[in-house]
Design a binder for this molecule. Structure first.
Ligand code: ZN
Length: 259
C-alpha cells in the first residue's frame, strides 16, 4: 500500500515538473518586455495607452516578437531602443486584431536620420519619401526616416504616420499585388464594395470635397495607406467626417479605434 502511495506521489511530481517545463517552452521566444520599454510605449504610443491591461500585454508580446524577427539597421545613424519601439509599434498597430501575425515579407528596416538621398527625393512629395517599401534587390527591406517616424507619434493632431503608412503597404503587398486591396485581411465579400468605395473617395479628393490627404488620390495603394494612417491617428475625426469609410476600415482591420 505504501509503495502505491509513493508511486502516486512520484507520478504527481513528474507531472508537475512536466507542466512547468511545457510552460517554459510555450513562453514567447522574444521574452518579456522590460518596465522601461513599457513606460516608453505608455508615453509615446497613444494606441497602446488606450488598451486595457490584457491587450497591453498582447501588444508588448507582438512588439517583442516583431523585434526578434526583423533587424533594424541605422544608415549614418545609431539605432536606439526608442527607434526600435516606434518601428515595432507601427508594425503592430494595423495587425493588432490578427493573432499570430507574421510579416513574412520583411527582413530588415533601414533607418535614415532624415528624408532620403537625392535619388529618392525626385519621387513624389516630401512626406512620402520619408518612407518606402523596397523593391528589386531591396525586396524584403523597408526604409524609414527617423524624423518622420517620430513626428507621426509625437504630434497628437496629425492624420499622418509614415510608419503605419509603410507597414500597410507591406500588408497590401502580401497577396502579391500592392493595389489597395489587402486580400489577407479583407473578407472576400467586401472586396468589390471596398474597391468601389476607394474610387468614389479618390474622386472626391480630386474634386476637393474631402479632408483626406490629397496624396491618397495618387492610386488605390496610396489611398489605402493614407486612410489607414488617418484611421489609426485620428479615428474619431474620420468616423465623424467619413462614417462609411470608417466602417469599411473597421471591417478591414477588425478594430474600432474610435470606440
Ligand atoms: Zn505610400
Amino acid at each position: 500500500m505504501e509503495f502505491v502511495i509513493m508511486l502516486f506521489i512520484l507520478g504527481l511530481a513528474v507531472w508537475i515538473l512536466w507542466l512547468r517545463k511545457k510552460k517554459i517552452f510555450q513562453k514567447s521566444p522574444a521574452g518579456e518586455m522590460s518596465d522601461e520599454w513599457k513606460e516608453f510605449l505608455k508615453k509615446e504610443i497613444g494606441f497602446y495607452r488606450e488598451l486595457d491591461a490584457a491587450s497591453k500585454k498582447t501588444f508588448e508580446d507582438k512588439v517583442m516578437r516583431f523585434l526578434s524577427n526583423v533587424i533594424v539597421t541605422g544608415v549614418d545613424t545609431e539605432v536606439t531602443d526608442e527607434d526600435r519601439l516606434l518601428i515595432a509599434s507601427s508594425a503592430v498597430i494595423p495587425i493588432f486584431a490578427f493573432p499570430d501575425w507574421e510579416y513574412n515579407n520583411l527582413n530588415e528596416v533601414l533607418l535614415y536620420p532624415n528624408s532620403f538621398s537625392r535619388e529618392y527625393e525626385t519621387k513624389g512629395e516630401d512626406r512620402h519619401v520619408a518612407g518606402m517599401v523596397g523593391w528589386g534587390p531591396m525586396h524584403r527591406t523597408m526604409i524609414l526616416s527617423r524624423q518622420s517616424l517620430k513626428q507621426g507619434f509625437e504630434n497628437e493632431h496629425t492624420k499622418s504616420n509614415v510608419g503605419i503608412h509603410e507597414f500597410v503597404h507591406l500588408i497590401d503587398k502580401l497577396d502579391g499585388a500592392t493595389d489597395g486591396l489587402p486580400e489577407v485581411l479583407l473578407r472576400r465579400q467586401y472586396s468589390i464594395p471596398w474597391m468601389k468605395m476607394i474610387r468614389k473617395e479618390m474622386e472626391e479628393i480630386r474634386q476637393k470635397k474631402s479632408n483626406i490627404n490629397p496624396y491618397g488620390a495618387t492610386n488605390e495603394a496610396e489611398f489605402f495607406s493614407v486612410v489607414s494612417e488617418y484611421f489609426f491617428s485620428q479615428p474619431k475625426m474620420l468616423k465623424k467626417k467619413e462614417p462609411e469609410l470608417y466602417e469599411m476600415l473597421e471591417e478591414v482591420f477588425r478594430q474600432d479605434p474610435a470606440g
